[in-house]
Design a protein around this ligand. Structure first.
Ligand code: ADP
Length: 429
């Protein structure tokens, strides 16, 4: 935004009434339709009033009928597809010509009706683009001069014509400047609001980052001590104490995973997530992930399989790739009932490697599939109720895969199982 006030004024002046969307045009048209109808009603009422004698009924009635008919065709029958600036311009020009005709055919009322020109020009000045406003103002000025000419071109009439037209120009410029300044003030207000929201959101990210970071230390310590107690003193513990320690350990691991996820998300959202792309052979990475998750699978009697072009090399960040696989294979185990099957399959394509993680689990409904990769989304049904999670894993997975130049997707059948897949560019020597 310019700091120069003159430039701001001109910018605001020129940018008044820029109608951008079709919806705005339709709304504008709707207002024009309602007010034209009101104007017709007023004309009909005025000819009934005592001062109505000054208006020629023989002119007003046919005109109300013609204009009324025009409005019905224009605003109701002509399909809404024909909408936009051209339609608004044509409508305003026709209304202006209609006013000109009224003035011309009602010489006694003519002077009073000039105010209608002002209303039209001011309305165009505050609500329409510069070209539109200019066209209407020029048209009105031409009509005022034409009426002076047709009324006999008297010198007294010329004075009032100059006063009317100069007055009109001043009023148009004044109202357009005011409308411009009002729009400018609104824009400024919106900018300040947006800036405030950005600062708040940044602070929130920073806050989450610091808290998660600080909480990592005690959680790791709890895990270390619990592991040590279980390892060193297990023979001295009764089964209830062992169970309690296992419970502490599981919940501590969940807390650690949540903190890791929050740290990832704040890095992604701050744009500071570092991805170090190198050539990575899939085979050892997959083996490591499977061995990390072996105990989880074993406790549910789930068989873990790997197959396909496992020896493919990809361009990826090895730690982030492990994180992606841990999320997807971890979910496959988590959402598969006891005795099921989870498979990782690699397919080598011309430019990319495609990894499929399939399970024989609970599956995902088509409705839930739409939101799977959104932050904090968890499918809510009878089967997922008892399974713990935070709804962040798939969101992070998608961000990481995309940052490494790949894509993620899913195909699933509710109650029968799911296949998550992602691609990564192949490493080429
Ligand atoms: P969560 O920590 O809840 O597992 P995710 O982001 O990893 O978070 O997954 C989001 C949701 O997607 C889960 O809550 C679950 O409803 C669904 N989901 C993910 N993976 C699977 C899967 N393999 N089978 C069935 N549902 C899944």
């Amino acid at each position: 935004m310019s700091e120069n006030p003159n430039e701001s004024w001109l910018n605001s002046f020129l940018s008044v009434g820029k109608i951008v969307t079709r919806e705005q045009h339709v709304r504008f048209e709707h207002i024009a339709g309602v007010f034209t109808g009101l104007a017709l009603l007023l004309a009909l009422i005025s000819v009934q009033l005592p001062f109505g004698q000054a208006m020629d009924k023989k002119v007003v009635y046919p005109f109300v009928i013609v204009v009324g008919f025009f409005c019905i065709v224009w605003f109701l029958i002509i399909p809404r597809r024909f909408t936009g600036l051209a339609k608004n311009l044509i409508h305003t020009v026709l209304v202006t010509l209609y006013v000109a005709f009224l003035i011309y055919t009602n010489p006694t009322m003519g002077q009073n009706l000039i105010v209608l020109y002002y209303v039209i020009a001011v309305a165009a000045a505050v609500a329409m683009p510069t070209f539109f406003s200019l066209t209407i103002t020029i048209l009105v000025i031409i009509l005022i001069y034409t009426e002076w000419f047709l009324a006999g071109a008297t010198s007294a009439g010329f004075t009032s014509t100059i006063i009317y037209t100069t007055g009109l120009l001043i009023v148009v410029f004044y109202t357009r400047s005011l409308a411009g300044e009002a729009a400018y003030a609104r824009k400024k207000e919106e900018e300040v609001h947006l800036e405030k929201e950005k600062t708040l959101s940044k602070l929130k990210d920073e806050y989450i980052f610091i808290i998660s970071h600080k909480l990592k230390q005690p959680t790791s310590a709890i895990k270390g001590y619990t592991d040590e107690i279980i390892k060193e003193y297990s023979q001295n513990l009764d089964s209830e104490s062992k169970e309690t320690l296992e419970f502490i350990k599981t919940n501590d691991e969940r807390l650690e995973k949540l903190l890791d996820d929050l740290l990832d998300i704040s890095q992604i959202e701050k744009g500071i997530m570092r991805i170090n792309l190198t050539d990575v052979s899939l085979s050892p990475v997959i083996s490591e992930v499977l061995s990390n998750l072996f105990l989880d699978a074993q406790s549910k009697k789930i068989s873990l399989l790997e197959r396909g072009d496992l020896n493919t090399a990809v361009k990826a960040d090895s730690d982030r790739l492990k994180e992606v696989l841990m999320n997807l294979v971890g979910n496959a185990i988590k959402y598969t009932p006891d005795g099921g099957k989870v498979t990782i399959e690699v397919k080598k394509e011309e430019l990319a490697a495609k990894l499929f993680i399939s399970d024989s689990g609970i599956g995902i409904s088509p409705q839930d599939q739409k939101y799977l990769f959104e932050k904090f989304f968890r499918a809510e049904n009878e089967k997922t109720k008892a399974i713990k999670g935070n709804g962040l894993g798939l969101f992070i997975t998608k961000q990481l895969v995309e940052k490494m130049g790949g894509e993620v997707g899913v195909s699933s059948e509710f109650g029968r199982g799911s296949t998550f897949f992602f691609t990564l560019p192949r490493y080429r020597w």
